[in-house]
Design a protein around this ligand. Sequence first.
Ligand SMILES: Nc1ncnc2c1ncn2[C@@H]1O[C@H](COP(=O)(O)OP(=O)(O)OP(=O)(O)O)[C@@H](O)[C@H]1O
Ligand SMILES: [Mg+2]
Length: 342
Amino acid sequence: FFSPSCKVLKPDFFFFSLSSMNSSRPKCVDEVAFQEEVVAVLKKSLEGADLPNLLFYGPPGTGKTSTILAAARELYGPELYRQRVLELNASDERGIQVVRDKVKNFAQLTVAGTRPDGKSCPPFKIIILDEADSMTAPAQAALRRTMEKESRTTRFCLICNYISRIIEPLTSRCSKFRFKPLANQIQEERLLEICEKENLKYTKESIAALVRVSEGDLRKAITFLQSAARLNVDKEITDCAVIEIAGVVPDKMIDNLLQICFRGTFEKLEVAVRNMVDEGYAATQILTQLHECVIEQDLSDKQKSTITEKMAVVCKCLSDGADEYLQLLSLCSVIMQEASHN
Ligand SMILES: Nc1ncnc2c1ncn2[C@@H]1O[C@H](COP(=O)(O)OP(=O)(O)OP(=O)(O)O)[C@@H](O)[C@H]1O
Ligand SMILES: [Mg+2]
């Protein structure tokens, strides 16, 4: 991998990978696409209005972290940023002790309403608690008092994927904003913009494929684009390359598997499942695609609900580290049993 002739290490790849990842993060709130409500609130505070405590939640890669970082940078400018913004994410220790010491101490500092360059800036600091759903409940509870007591000088911005993992007393102290999965059109525009800036050759189908496989997660789409560009130096990026990189199972294979469930024998089923696992397709990916297909099959509601219930169990087992082959086989067996009632 580290040999000098290895294509992946060509300097221009490094250039591409670094530049696209950093430059794709919106620099100002205006560049944040598709999240109009939160952008409107942040723009008001950029014009001098007060800012509430914020809680951003929603699926990955929809702009939560980018939005607050851009807003903080615009509010304070590069110099004040370090003094005024405390940013903690899941890679930092955020147990109760850190909340008591670091967060509380930072929150207690008082601040002025002007920047060193004379421009005015908000008379408060911002504490960003990214990935807050991984904070323990006691640590969250410890935030309650601090949030109230220091409300004169500090605003909190909590960010998470799952709002149900934030304790109620905290959610009720914040203005909540849900970040939506990005619309296909918006993702397409961003991807095209990046392709233009990076001088990539691409087909229309490849962009459509990127949008399809990333399901509203723009970060995922950009990362796939990056990998595809690395694989296809000086060549056009094709939809096949994208699908290959995303690890999507070809539709034909899924169809084949279902046909065996419906009409084949258990022996054939075993072989088919074994082949798919041996080919390296992720069981969770196969599960997702099977789910999409089963929903559209000509089965009764009762049969579909039995199958999807089994899917939920398999999904949980897989995330707990169960054997992929056995789990898939057990799911397919249920599909087979249900189909045999037809
Ligand atoms: N609404 C958006 N507007 C513009 N770019 C976006 C948007 N959402 C995501 N992106 C792109 O995706 C990348 C990742 O976004 P970001 O880190 O803000 O996601 P996130 O919502 O914080 O995800 P996670 O929940 O995984 O932390 C950004 O660098 C940016 O290029
Ligand atoms: Mg984030």
